[in-house]
Design a protein around this ligand. Structure first.
Ligand code: HEM
Length: 462
């Protein structure tokens, strides 16, 4: 390991009982600070002190069993399904069995390689508009609030690629605020429930989360209705694909409400996740000037000062590896909980029916026995030779198996495009880097704002 490798911020793991006490006293609902030190060393072990048993699974063969080989016996956690269903009903992220299989078959084509290529122009247009906003900020000498900005940008990209519409007016603001409200108040990060709740207990959602979900669904309903109105011309976007999709067995299409469920899923799963990954990538780059120089050289060797088009995003290997390494150290979904349908045993650990089986990309990606220099930022670990030497099944920012993220290719292209365009154009200087620390609510995000001063690269060079 090179001694110069950067170690980006992470909570210092402490003993389990102290971690629990800390959470109760501080009350920040942060799941990362609850992880005890031995979680990063163990294979499979009971976790914490809850009424409902929680079993942590870090061993690659056991992860494979839960997420691939024996997937029917480990469905998604009821706690997560219950919290998200006011927003997305039985939409794809939470549905199961035959309902899920039909949805996945109908939605898959909208995220094929060809369709991601088609969505590229909309992504690029959103980044170009975002640059105008950033130039303005630079001119006024104002700070950028990194996470909010990334969240706006990725929501705009989802809006343009799903509905061919920019996210820019008062309705958009109401919609955007409702998302923030939903994420802050949704009950699946309720510590009390996690510790005291029984398996399959009905989750009562807070009125704030329910209100936010109904505001979001009503906006999405208006947009879907505009597109389904008779005589509306077809458009080449994701909602167009959903309207045209047919069940391969029955030939039936999605109903209006099912379309709202699925577009709700794309906003939910596809916007804060990518925003979180980009927030961490830009923060890390602000601390790594040598790496920024490498990226600029790669971009300039690949496209000169020309456009970064779809084909170019495939060639920018170091940029992609920076994005992938950010996803390793800060997986946007740090926890992928499952529930055991039966009494079973995983690697010698008894798992009763109803136990929560915790697959945690955050822990697996930082596991001391699975990675060399696990807590260091090293994008070159994804160079082909080094990647080949790694164990398989230990890198899972997009999940694994049949429920793997449908938007992974979309997100990778989007991430590489945004990183390369913005890093070529601006220097990022973090205002208080020493205060930055991650927490996990729905996504892995900074505990406070990360503020940045930006400077145009050409202006600095003069
Ligand atoms: C860096 C960005 C992203 C990350 C880290 C991410 C991560 C994940 C993960 C871990 C899962 C599996 C969850 C589980 O097994 O319980 C998932 C599923 C899913 N993601 Fe993503 N995602 C990202 C971007 C996107 C985008 C851009 C979209 C769509 C526009 C999307 C749509 C979905 C959907 C629909 C599912 C459910 C798939 C199914 O159950 O069949 N995601 N994502």
């Amino acid at each position: 390991m090179s001694p110069s490798l950067y170690r980006p911020p992470a909570p210092k793991p402490i003993r389990a009982i102290l971690a629990l006490l800390r959470s109760v006293v501080v009350g920040d609902r942060d799941l990362l600070a609850l992880i005890p030190k031995d979680a990063y060393q163990t294979d499979v072990a009971p976790l914490g002190f809850s009424r409902r048993k929680i079993v942590l699974v870090n061993d690659p063969a056991a992860i494979r069993r839960v997420m691939i080989d024996d997937v029917e016996n480990f469905p998604k956690s009821d706690l997560m399904v219950g919290s998200l269903s006011p927003l997305i009903n039985d939409g794809m992220f939470v549905s199961a069995g035959a309902v899920w299989a039909r949805q996945r078959a109908m939605v898959d084509p909208a995220f094929s390689h060809m369709r991601v290529n088609r969505a590229f122009a909309a992504m690029d247009g959103a980044v170009a508009d975002f640059e105008i906003h950033l130039d303005d900020l630079v001119m006024r000498g104002e700070r950028l609030s990194l996470e909010r900005a990334m969240s706006h940008l990725t929501a705009d990209i989802i809006s343009r690629t799903i509905f061919s519409q920019k996210l820019e007016n008062a309705v958009a603001l109401d919609f955007f605020n409702a998302w923030a409200g939903f994420q802050d108040s949704v009950a699946n990060i309720d510590l009390k429930r996690l510790i005291l709740g029984k398996a399959w207990e009905e989750v009562a959602q807070s009125p704030v989360a329910l209100k936010a979900a109904s505001v979001i669904r009503s906006h999405l309903g208006d947009l879907v209705d505009q597109r389904m109105a008779p005589g509306t011309p077809e458009k080449a976007d994701i909602v167009g694909d959903l309207i045209a999709a047919r069940d391969p067995n029955t030939g039936r299409g999605f109903s209006r409400d099912e379309i709202i469920d699925q577009v709700g899923v794309f906003f939910l799963a596809g916007h804060e996740t990518t925003a979180s990954a980009l927030t961490w990538a830009f923060f890390i780059l602000s601390q790594q000037p040598g790496l920024v120089r490498r990226l600029r050289d790669e971009i300039s060797d690949t496209v000169g000062s020309g456009d970064i088009d779809f084909a170019a995003t495939k060639k920018l290997n170091t940029v992609r590896n920076v994005f992938r390494e950010s996803l390793r150290l800060y997986p946007p979904l740090g926890f992928i909980p499952r529930v055991s349908e039966k009494d079973t045993v995983i690697k010698g650990v008894a798992v009763p029916r109803g136990a929560m089986v915790m697959i945690s990309p955050w822990i697996i990606h930082r596991h001391e026995n699975l990675w060399t220099a696990a807590d260091r930022f090293d994008p070159d670990r994804f160079l082909p030779d080094r990647e080949k030497a790694q164990q398989t099944g230990i890198y899972l920012p997009f999940g694994l198996g049949p429920r793997i993220c449908i938007g992974a290719a979309f997100a990778l292209v989007e991430g590489v495009l945004i990183l390369s365009r913005l890093i070529r154009r601006y220097d990022f200087q973090a205002v208080n880097p020493q205060n930055v620390r991650p927490i996990s609510h729905l996504a892995t995000r900074p505990a406070g704002e990360i503020e940045m001063y930006l400077q145009r690269v050409e202006a600095r060079a003069k």
